[in-house]
Design a protein around this ligand. Structure first.
Ligand code: BTN
Length: 247
């Protein structure tokens, strides 16, 4: 199993950016950059990731799997599954996974994942960035109706320093399972937590929006949508998946 090696920082622009630099300099697999705060936290698709000093788990793990480049996005399923399993096992929180890799509890986002790929001497590395709202007891007004934290959901104080080793343990175990048993094993477990099956949804992509019902995730991890005409759409990447929970 991969052994974690922590690089602890206080305030940084983005732990992913630091991990990418370290990966390019041949830092080994298992290196984890952790920070108390980010001033330019990166979300998916150019969005920002908000955090609160010392209240959020902010980590970026370097992985160097011997897999084709096209399979690297599978690591986001390994990571989101690990966050969901961690939240259920350690906090008894009913986590749901919103495709492709957001973790929700009680209809609010608790964690986001950003996988970035870089070249390094001898091959490629993935940087697996995880933001988990841990100890926040409130959020800024513009986020309050969308975001939640472990402390809010459990009603208990949560120490970020205790979250880190448990989450990393789950993640590295699932990474080993992925390498040994393949993506199928991870996807089968991931599907148990999928949010939105049978739910009407708008899938927003670069030039178009598809409206339909989510029917599942195919063996490659793509989202499958059935529209009102009965046409099946297989979606590999989207700007936003808006579930219409009122319908
Ligand atoms: C998303 O939901 O859009 C993904 C958010 C990913 C945020 C994490 S926080 C640690 C790591 N460093 C970053 O700059 N981003 C990721």
């Amino acid at each position: 199993m991969v052994v974690p090696r922590y690089h602890r920082c206080d305030v940084v622009e983005s732990t992913n950016d630091i991990a990418i630099q370290l990966a390019r300099g041949s830092e080994p697999e298992g290196t984890i950059v952790v920070a108390n705060q980010q001033t330019r936290g990166k979300g998916r698709r150019g969005r920002q990731w908000w955090d609160d000093y010392g209240q959020s788990l902010l980590m970026s793990l370097i992985l160097t799997p011997d897999i084709p480049q096209s399979a690297f996005p599978q690591l986001s399923f390994v990571a989101s599954l690990s966050v969901a399993e961690y939240l259920i096992t350690h906090h008894n929180l009913p986590s749901r996974l919103k495709w492709p890799n957001d973790v929700y509890v009680n209809n609010k986002k608790i964690s986001g994942i950003l996988i970035e790929i870089t070249t390094r001497p001898g091959g490629l590395a993935a940087v697996c960035g995880i933001g988990l709202n841990a100890a926040q007891t409130s959020f800024p007004p513009e986020l309050a109706s969308f975001a939640t934290s472990v402390s809010i959901e459990t009603g208990a104080h949560v120490a970020v320093d205790n979250v880190l080793p448990c989450l990393v343990g789950t993640l590295l175990q699932n990474y080993s399972a992925y390498l040994a048993l393949g993506f199928e094993e991870i996807l089968a477990r991931w599907r148990k937590y999928i949010w939105g099956i049978g739910c009407p949804a708008n899938i927003v992509m670069d030039n178009t929006t598809i409206t339909g019902t989510i029917t599942g995730v195919d063996p490659n991890g793509a989202l499958v949508i059935l529209d009102a005409d009965g046409t099946e759409h297989v979606i590999c990447a989207a700007d936003a998946v808006n579930l219409r929970l009122d319908k």
